[in-house]
Design a protein around this ligand. Structure first.
Ligand SMILES: [Cu+2]
Length: 166
């Protein structure tokens, strides 16, 4: 291999690494946008079910009227609204067996989503839409949600991580 080719390859690798670091930066996961993609992950290298099944990212901020494309609602994953963490007037979400589904959030507020199958292991996520503040009674609402202890703990940790819960 010529030196020029080696240099070129090394340059490409560095660009790749820079891109990976950018994607992994915590700030990038909660950046506000008018459309964002969320993956449903089955991580077979995880040490237990609590980390094997998850949404990525688990906290999303979007503008009112913005959309989320949820990918990989297949192989047992679903996307369902959590009634206790859902604005009263907003239509509920129920997605199954779809490689890709786009959900539009028109009303400002805090939304909770779970996977029907893996929610029990803590596969949950939050969406903060528009200029909504975190509800004052968020902790009570999470406590009232008909979810497993793991799921409630996960919601609290996601909310706390995003500055939505003290
Ligand atoms: Cu799932």
């Amino acid at each position: 291999m010529t030196r020029a080719l080696k240099t070129l390859r090394r340059g490409r690798l560095q660009i790749w690494l820079a891109a990976l670091v950018f994607l992994a930066a915590p700030g990038a996961q909660t950046a506000k946008a008018d459309s964002i993609s969320v993956d449903q992950i089955t991580d077979l290298s995880a040490k237990g079910a609590r980390t094997m099944f998850r949404f990525a990212p688990e906290l999303v901020r979007i503008d009112a009227g913005g959309t989320i494309e949820i990918r990989n609602s297949v192989r047992g994953h679903t996307v369902h609204s959590i009634p206790e963490l859902w604005p009263a007037d907003a239509p509920p979400v129920a997605i199954s067996y779809r490689p890709s589904a786009v959900v539009r959030f028109t009303e400002s507020g805090l939304y909770g989503l779970t996977c029907k199958r893996h929610g029990v292991y803590g596969m949950v996520m939050l969406v903060l839409v528009g200029d909504a503040e975190s509800p004052d009674d968020l902790n009570d609402r999470i406590e009232a949600a008909k979810l497993s202890d793991d799921a409630r703990q996960k919601l609290k940790s996601i909310a706390a991580g995003g500055g939505l819960l003290d």
